[in-house]
Design a protein around this ligand. Structure first.
Ligand SMILES: [Zn+2]
Length: 275
């Protein structure tokens, strides 16, 4: 009887959300069915999203670009606080290389005086990425925030001025400065700033650790705490921060892991340039 009540509550909270595409590779998303009585799931110490679809329960797990192929596991917690492990497989994926020339050398090799600012901004963004909000209705039906060609796909191995850097953790959409940027899904503004690398940036929380980030904007039209509808105006495309031209850098994060944003879109975007 008690368990039945829990199921009803879960249905109310998690019902009718679209599942992202299952893509068990580094930078991908694993969508794995878990027992109905699952209350929480953790992967690499981060709580993961749980969604319900057609009477079945799924853990939705972001896989880091740095993940190695092979067996991985999530830890499940049920309503009686019993824990169990569930194994899944991650398969290899090779991403292409991208070599870019950045004119502002300070944006590639920051000076000592930049480090405090970079560290402060990283902490601010990390706080948003690690937040797990169960009070928000989880939003997984995404739209493209800007119409335009994909100038840099997700996951590229990056070399800036011939120096190896972290892989590309978002997707770049080329568009003219001033083009409107729309909320990829309904969400709440949880961070906003003019960051050293990312320029004018907004982070939106879509519930259960699902966060979207919009960078390099010329204008920001929202404030922290604002609640946006799907397609709500966030700001305008620009070229602030570390860029080679005007574009939107759009990142999507699950369990503090940047994943391929395409996996949340119905019509997948492919790179328009062969980099
Ligand atoms: Zn980018």
């Amino acid at each position: 009887m008690r368990t039945g009540m829990f199921f009803c509550l879960l249905c109310f909270n998690f019902f009718a959300f679209a599942l992202p595409q299952h893509s068990p590779v580094p930078g991908g998303i694993v969508v794995i069915e878990v027992p109905r009585e699952t209350k929480k799931a953790h992967y690499l110490k981060h709580q993961t999203m749980i969604l319900e679809k057609e009477g079945r329960t799924f853990a939705v797990i972001g896989i880091p670009l740095s993940a190695s192929s092979g067996s991985h596991k999530i830890m499940l917690l049920d309503h009686d606080n019993t824990t169990s492990d569930l194994d899944f497989e991650v398969f290899n994926k090779e991403y292409k290389e991208q070599h870019l020339t950045i004119k502002n050398k300070r944006k590639v090799n920051p000076e000592k005086r930049d480090m405090d600012r970079i560290s402060r901004e990283w902490t601010e963004m990390n706080r948003a990425f690690t937040h797990f909000d169960t009070g928000l209705a989880t939003q997984t039906n995404f739209i493209l925030p800007v119409d335009g060609p994909i100038s840099s796909p997700f996951g590229l191995k990056r070399f800036l001025n011939a120096q190896k850097r972290n892989p590309h953790s978002g997707l770049d959409i080329a568009a003219a400065t001033g083009t409107e940027i729309k909320a990829t899904a309904a969400g709440k503004v949880v961070a906003k700033g003019d960051y050293f690398f990312n320029g004018n940036t907004v982070l939106l929380d879509h519930g259960q650790g699902l966060i979207s980030m919009y960078c390099h904007m010329s204008e920001i039209n929202v404030s922290i705490g604002d609640k946006l509808e799907l397609g709500g105006l966030i700001g305008e495309v620009g070229m602030t921060g570390r860029v080679t031209g005007p574009h939107l850098h759009w990142s999507v994060s699950l369990n503090n892991t940047r994943v391929n944003p395409n996996l949340f879109l119905k019509n997948k975007q492919e790179s328009s340039t062969d980099i």
